[in-house]
Design a binder for this molecule. Structure first.
Ligand code: PBE
Length: 267
């Protein structure tokens, strides 16, 4: 009813995604870090489940508070806003990094060179994600590589081609990283590599790079989203730096909701 608070309307619940996502960890820290969120819960589910609930809420103009992030089509599909986060527990603007196993550079110098040079913009990633909705990530990645020869040329410059050398990339099961991993795969294949991309939880991804069972990954969000995994394994992984900057996580609401900050939520 109209005199219910926002908190009552959403039943003191934040709609979440997969338990293993970095954003889920940050949302738990947010629940612990804000006194006014004592008694609130994070309802974990899946990205698809969250997007379904978001779509239903928007269709009925009902309130919803969820863990959201950019780049993602949700921000072009719906009118949304991040709740202000004065304690910063959901992180600030982030970058997506490329990491590799310790011996990767010595053993696969040409692949290292390419992945070290791989760097693109939010608009590039969005273009791949957008087209993939109508086809597949394989197809849209291949088309992007075809249409962006200048950029690709800069990444492969100075790298010698190989003949069927195998390279194992690990990634996470979200569109942002599907886009970057499949573009990297297409570029490496042009250079003669046989590439596998395996999607795993962030914890497993860092473990695989640290123990050398995978070669490299373009998926880590830093400095905050995957910080706990990064800190645990940093002595056994090499950080090749940013492949993209301008990513962001937060607690997100439809713009029609009359609330602007996490601190306004009532206990
Ligand atoms: N995400 C999208 C992921 C990384 C990419 C923000 C949902 C996460 O680990 O939270």
């Amino acid at each position: 009813s109209t005199n219910e608070t926002v908190s009552e309307q959403v039943d003191y619940t934040i709609t979440g995604i997969e338990p293993g996502a970095g954003i889920t960890g940050m949302a738990h820290q947010t629940l612990e870090g804000y006194e006014n969120l004592a008694g609130w819960e994070l309802e974990e589910s899946s990205t698809g489940g969250m997007l379904t609930l978001l779509d239903q809420a928007i269709a009925n103009e009902e309130p919803i508070i969820f863990t959201g992030w950019a780049p993602h089509w949700m921000f072009s599909e719906y009118d949304l806003k991040y709740l202000e986060d004065p304690k910063g527990t959901m992180g600030d603007v982030e970058s997506i990094h490329t990491i590799a196993r310790v011996d990767f550079e010595a053993e696969m110098p040409n692949a290292y060179k390419i992945l070290d040079a791989f760097q693109w913009e939010v608009e590039d990633m969005e273009a791949v994600m957008f087209e993939a909705q109508e086809s597949s990530f394989e197809e849209s990645a291949a088309n992007w590589v075809e249409a962006n020869k200048d950029k690709v040329e800069m990444w492969v410059e100075g790298a010698e081609k190989v003949d069927g050398e195998e390279i194992e990339l690990v990634s996470t099961p979200w569109d942002t990283e599907r886009a970057s991993s499949l573009v990297a795969k297409a570029v490496l294949e042009q250079q003669g590599y046989e590439v596998t991309v395996t999607d795993v939880d962030p914890a497993v991804l860092f473990e695989a790079i640290a123990n050398g069972s995978a070669d490299a990954s373009l998926a880590p969000w830093l400095p905050t989203t995957h910080a706990s995994f990064y800190e645990k394994h940093q002595d056994n992984i090499v950080d090749l730096g940013e492949n993209l900057t301008g990513a962001k996580n937060g607690l997100v609401v439809p713009s029609y909701m009359d609330i602007d900050s996490i601190e306004e939520l009532e206990p």
